[in-house]
Design a protein around this ligand. Structure first.
Ligand SMILES: [Zn+2]
Length: 126
């Protein structure tokens, strides 16, 4: 996977109730069509990217996608985002020009029944 450029998105932080979808929308940097995706539909653990050798730990940190968790506990992931949220990613396309994107975000419970999602960023990739 190769990072082409970072895409500016209007809003990085969203709160919702359990079961809500988290729709993210932005204009495609090439064709200007609206790209949208529900981040909570079809995402994976960020460390899976490392496992399949698509990215190194170092480049994840360098790109500002996530930070390494200082101390690894059993069943806690390698990466965190924002305020200790476990890090995830989703890859999705522009429906029009088929540009490929990766969104990296942290997601977790902020208080019982309420979820917090923080988007570290969206990148165009090849
Ligand atoms: Zn496009």
């Amino acid at each position: 996977m190769q990072i082409v450029s970072k895409i500016l998105i209007p809003k990085n932080i969203c709160e919702g109730f359990q079961g809500d979808s988290f729709l993210m929308e932005f204009p495609c940097i090439d064709c200007k069509e609206r790209v949208n995706t529900d981040l909570l539909n079809g995402y994976n653990d960020l460390e899976d990217l490392i496992a399949v050798n698509d990215m190194s730990k170092e480049s994840v940190v360098k790109q500002g996608m996530a930070q390494l968790r200082k101390k690894i506990y059993a069943y806690s992931g390698l990466f965190i985002v924002y305020n200790n949220l476990p890090a995830y990613y989703k890859i999705f396309l522009c429906n029009n020009c088929k540009n490929k994107h990766i969104a990296v975000f942290g997601f977790g419970e902020s208080q019982p029944g309420r979820n917090l999602l923080y988007i570290s960023g969206v990148w165009k990739i090849k």
